[in-house]
Design a protein around this ligand. Structure first.
Ligand SMILES: *Cc1c(COP(=O)(O)O)cnc(C)c1O
Length: 385
């Protein structure tokens, strides 16, 4: 139905009930744990919230698949539920995973601690250096896992080499596409087997729910769904309703996030008190050309260092008035954090600095406020620090 439609149209219409439920323009919240038995023969087909098949789930599955041109999709209770359940579908005890070396903190801990406890081995790879991957392959290597843009340095690895390498060596390729969102980047079109999202971020966009998504082939989504049915990380119908509502405005929001972040990055880049800005949209970014080739826009995430280091960063965080000092990202409000004391606080300080994350680094999730107000607020804070 939605195959030939533009992305913006799919956001609004894909997966919406035909015919409408009682004529309702918006699919109502089906707040019913179980549904009347109607002859189902498989456990996974019984209608029950945990089995991910209420009308609020199935509509979202069609919509999410349409957004990234996947055959199928699955919503989950959180981004981590999507990531953990999918990794536990693809990998078994004794298997080996190649994973990018600067993963989202929760994913990194999952791989190094929880999966390791289950006998799943891993090696970290430099995603920008495909020539170094082959020497890390083992007979039990089953999958390769990367992120479209890394947190908090906004690095863009060799995203084209990953699916090619996976195909050459019989691996499943997986990518966390949370930062660009499906508006800016569609990994399945590049040959990835599985795209993962924290829908808590741009997909929902309003900082009021936690949710996740998996997009892949019909066969893979059936396997992940059966795993999720047993592990239990299912999205509540009310959260599914809010996510569906949020997704409808994804394109409008991303246009503003993309434009504002670029403008703010340029203003910071030129500011005499700023030592460096990490944003793939700047020509000074090491992977700028690659990001331009692969992404429609560069998203709303950036980070920067001040010449005054940690003391100036502390001062800046107190002096800005519009941004909210809070973790997470991808919502309509501008948020600022210092990764050294939030997302990357768990790392050994030397290891953290080795990754390029200074103690004073400031990460910004640029919201959809008027960019001129943001630039003015940032410049006023910088003038005082
Ligand atoms: C937030 C985030 C996650 C985890 O998602 P939750 O919804 O918080 O479970 C995973 N990957 C990335 C890149 C994220 O930003």
């Amino acid at each position: 139905m939605s195959e030939n439609r533009q992305f913006e149209t799919s956001l609004v219409h894909a997966g919406e009930a035909v015919p409408r439920h009682q004529g309702a323009v918006v699919t109502p919240i089906y707040q019913s744990a179980m549904f009347e038995y109607s002859g189902e023969t498989s456990y996974h087909d019984l209608k029950y919230i945990r089995l991910n098949n209420t009308p609020n789930h199935t509509g979202l599955h069609v919509k999410l698949a349409a957004l990234e041109n996947g055959e199928a999709a699955l919503v989950t209770a959180s981004g981590m539920a999507a990531i953990s359940t999918t990794l536990l579908t693809v990998l078994r005890p004794g298997d080996h995973l190649l994973a990018q070396n600067c993963l989202y903190g929760g994913t990194r801990d999952l791989v190094t601690s929880d999966l390791a406890d289950m006998g799943i081995e891993f090696d970290f790879i430099d995603a920008d250096n495909p020539a170094s991957w082959e020497s890390l392959l083992r007979s039990n290597t089953k999958a390769i896992y990367v992120e479209s843009m890394t947190n908090p340095l906004l690095e863009v690895g060799d995203l084209e080499a990953v699916p090619a390498f996976a195909k050459a060596h019989g691996l499943t390729s997986m990518i966390d596409n949370t930062f660009p969102s499906p508006y800016n980047f569609k990994p399945l079109a590049l040959g990835y087997d599985i795209s993962l999202h924290s829908a808590t971020k741009y997909l929902n966009g309003h900082a009021d729910i936690v949710a996740g998504a998996v997009v892949s082939s019909t066969e893979m989504i059936e396997r992940v769904t059966h795993r999720l049915n047993h592990l239990g990380g299912s999205l509540d119908p009310h959260a599914a309703f809010l996510l569906n509502r949020g997704i409808k405005t994804l394109a409008l929001r991303m246009v503003q996030h993309n434009a504002s972040a670029l403008q703010l990055a340029e203003a910071l880049h030129e500011h005499p008190k700023v030592a460096g800005v990490n944003y793939p949209g700047l020509p000074s970014h090491p992977a700028h050309e690659r990001a331009r080739r692969l992404f429609k826009g560069f998203s709303g995430m950036l980070s920067f260092d001040l010449k005054g280091g940690l003391a100036a960063a502390d001062c800046f965080m107190k002096a800005v008035t519009l941004p909210i000092v809070a973790p997470s990202l991808g919502s309509v409000e501008t948020l600022v954090t210092r990764p050294a004391v939030t997302s990357h606080a768990g790392l050994d300080p030397d290891e953290r600095r080795g990754l390029g994350i200074s103690d004073g680094l400031i990460r910004v999730s640029v919201g959809i406020e008027a960019c001129s107000d943001l630039v003015q607020d940032f410049e006023a804070a910088l003038s005082r620090c």
